[in-house]
Ligand binder design. Sequence first.
Ligand code: MN
Ligand code: MN
Length: 292
Amino acid sequence: MPVTDHAIAAYLGLAIGDALGSTVEFMTPREIKAQYGLHDKLVGGGWLHLKPGQVTDDTTMSLALGEAILALGDVDALAAARAFDAWMRAKPVDIGNTVRRNLLQFRKTGHPEAAYSDHDAGNGAAMRVLPVALATFGQAEAEVRAACRAQAHVTHHCALSDAACECLVFMVQDAMRGADKNYLLHNHAHPLAARHPEFRFRAVKQQSNPSGYVADTLQAVFQSFFDTDDFRDCLVDVVNRGGDADTTGAIAGMLAGALYGMREIPAEWLKDLDAQTRDQCEAQARSLFSAH
Ligand code: MN
Ligand code: MN
């Protein structure tokens, strides 16, 4: 089942990118170079003092969302909000400011959609879109977009975040269908940048030290994804840019996994990824994908 293989590779890619990038999160490329040379191993550490192969909120929020989707058989805002709230109560290793603020608001109001704000343009909704891509595979475009927004708006109700989330979901789905990189470039990445110039990633300078602003994040991810030819090079390139490296790593890993499949994921990284996380990602990818 080649499509299932690429779905699993996307999920493991997300986790591997998160684990690889978290070591150098908030470092500059210069600091990374001084400390690691080229950072390309799952060694843990970083500002969160992680164990080797340990993942952060990017992966654990995705898993929490995926569980909620599986429990209900559908992508639902209230179920997602409850799952994220339970996830926050379990004291995750890290949590974004916008996520925390809007989940605290959900606790007060019980309303699973944050108030609209152009300021909530962080990458916190985009980093956890993968379960939606898997669960809505094969559905009509309007349904896929609605599902993207239902999960995203729990914490990020913002046009730029929506545009990023939807673009990533369609890229993952088309990559799983066998689309090549050129197709993804011309049918998704360039059109996104045409609609929202914030996302332009060609004829602009290389994104170095990308922030948590979703446009900075996708700029780094797209530059690394489209300018490399395999899974490993893509992830090494993006995390060595530093900044929000666990999240650029997670998103790039998701795209690269969906595009290249399991065959391209380095055995060493698979072995070094936290074993429980690896099993959860694989099992959830299979369940979400076989649910339709
Ligand atoms: Mn993180
Ligand atoms: Mn991050």
